[in-house]
Design a protein around this ligand. Structure first.
Ligand code: MSP
Length: 478
């Protein structure tokens, strides 16, 4: 069976998930469900990034020991992802022994390749970003993202010879135009690789928390270096079995972490003599009601709270339909409500109840669910959905499905089956009902990866014989 390995970033556990984190998982979940339905053997991985100084600081603030804190938080993230219905196959934690083993085996490979050396490092480190910043990146002496003064660090570090891979990376980008998407991100990345990329320090001297560097256990492995290797750990690396799923078919990430995934990570893999991921797709950033998500504004939407207000399918639908994947977007409560009412409750929900009511009222003995043929117009519209999903144009895929719904609504409005029934035109009424029914079945099939709960409910309704009237509107607020 053909495999499909897709990943989300692994999340820092210094806070609970907000809507921006959940966004990546929604997209990954759609793809995982889609490829499973296509018969691919899917490995969908997500998890937590635990060896970060941010987590240490958060533990201190919470008055807890670090291991206890990350254990608790990782459990919490996993529970939330499970409660939200994400169909991940593996949840990796970077403090797990198998990950430590994978990281150490990986580092030994790059060392053997002659790509590690010891050097002096002096730089400005931002714990928020978990990265060194250059003077000219600062605004008023502060990190432009975290608005904090970076720490000045002077230490002996182990370095990875990243710049050695400059040409190979540029060649890879040239030979694989699909490697990084959307293509708007490419030029910036190429500029970085060609003009700015320098060797990176991959260890932290005397840092207690973190994976030990195999060459010197006074050093912790730099958290990003360890985190990227999670994608190999979940395939079973360094055991040979990792070759079943590696290379990844798709890394889904946010646009802030492209550099790590499209320069450092591929160079690490080149050094270790391993194949590169086939595709990296970077989505945009969310604001909430027009404002940047931030702790101080307290506007980080808790997905669990939101999921109490709306069925989670509604939230999945809204974020994928309203914001083209790859663009920045605004999470607006107002728009969510509008989409919910217009597209789900009134659009899909109404079509289902109207159609099934009419089948009950006018279907009689002549209606034959099994003989229902999909109208050509609907077939044509829905045939584009797969290609849209595979190119991660989720908004377009949903738009096509809703065109099919609109077509069916139009058919009802135009033909007014209740009038035909009154006039005794049974054959015509049956034909229309069968077209509507076949449209609902096809719409429901295409909705499966996007709205899994709705799909299940609708499948039960549509497959019952005699066909059931929906007991309640499909989209009830919980
Ligand atoms: N731990 C690293 C990733 C390591 S992957 C080997 C990390 N973690 S994070 O928790 O800070 O962010 C995880 C993901 O959430 C990133 O892809 C980031 O882009 C995404 N988002 C964080 N805030 C976001 C928004 N406001 N909007 C959309 N995505 C956001 O980075």
């Amino acid at each position: 069976m053909d495999k499909f390995f897709l990943t989300t970033p692994i999340y820092y556990v210094n806070a609970r998930p907000h809507i921006g984190h959940v966004y990546t998982n929604i997209a990954a979940d759609v793809l995982a469900r889609y490829y499973r339905a296509k018969g691919r053997e899917v490995l969908f991985s997500t998890g937590t990034d635990e060896n970060s100084q941010k987590n240490v600081e958060a533990a201190e603030k919470a008055g807890k020991d670090v291991q206890g804190y990350v254990d608790e938080m990782a459990e919490e993230w996993k529970r939330i992802f499970t409660d939200l219905g994400f169909s991940f196959d593996t949840f990796i934690r970077t403090t797990a022994p198998e990950h430590v083993q994978a990281v150490q085996a990986f580092i030994e490979r790059i060392d053997k390749a002659g790509d590690m050396y010891v050097g002096d490092y002096e730089g400005l480190y931002c714990v928020g970003c978990e990265t060194f910043l250059k003077e000219d990146e600062l605004v008023d002496g502060k990190c432009p993202i975290h608005k904090t003064v970076p720490q000045k660090i002077t230490e002996k570090n182990y370095f990875f010879a990243l710049s050695k891979y400059r040409q190979k990376l540029l060649d890879h980008f040239k030979d694989n135009p699909e490697f990084l998407q959307p293509s708007s991100a490419r030029n910036k990345m190429l500029h970085y690789i060609e003009h700015e990329m320098e060797d990176v320090s991959i260890s932290r001297q005397s840092q207690k928390w973190g994976i030990r560097l195999p060459q010197n256990d006074d050093h912790a492995v730099y958290v990003w270096f360890d985190a990227l290797i999670n994608y190999l750990t979940v395939t079973g690396f360094p055991d040979k079995k990792f070759e079943k799923f590696w290379p990844a078919d798709l890394h889904l990430i946010g646009k802030d972490i492209i550099k790590f995934h499209c320069a450092i990570w591929p160079a690490m893999l080149l050094s270790a003599g391993l194949p590169l991921p086939k595709r990296v797709f970077a989505h945009g950033f969310f604001t909430v009601d027009g404002q940047k998500i931030s702790k101080s504004l307290g506007n980080a939407i808790d997905p669990m709270t939101l999921a109490k207000e709306y069925p989670f399918d509604v939230i999945r639908y809204y974020v994928l339909r309203d914001i083209p994947f790859g663009n920045d977007g605004d999470f607006s409560h107002e728009r969510l409500k509008e989409r919910y009412n217009a597209d789900l409750a009134n659009g899909l929900g109404n079509l289902v109840s109207r159609t099934l009511n009419m089948i009950q009222q006018f279907g009689g003995d002549t209606f034959d669910a099994d003989g229902a043929q999909l109208p050509a117009e609907v077939d044509a519209t829905l045939s584009s959905v797969s290609a849209y999903i595979e190119s991660l144009a989720f908004d377009k895929a949903l738009e096509s499905i809703w065109q099919a719904i609109a077509w069916a609504d139009g058919l009802i409005e135009e033909t007014k089956p209740w009038q035909l029934a009154k006039a005794g035109d049974t054959a015509r009424v049956t034909g229309i009902l069968q077209e509507l029914y076949a449209t609902l079945v096809a719409v429901n099939m295409h909705l499966a990866p996007f709205l899994p709960q709705t799909h299940e409910k609708l499948s039960a309704i549509l497959s019952a014989r005699p066909i059931l009237k929906p007991p309640t509107p499909l989209f009830l607020r919980k």
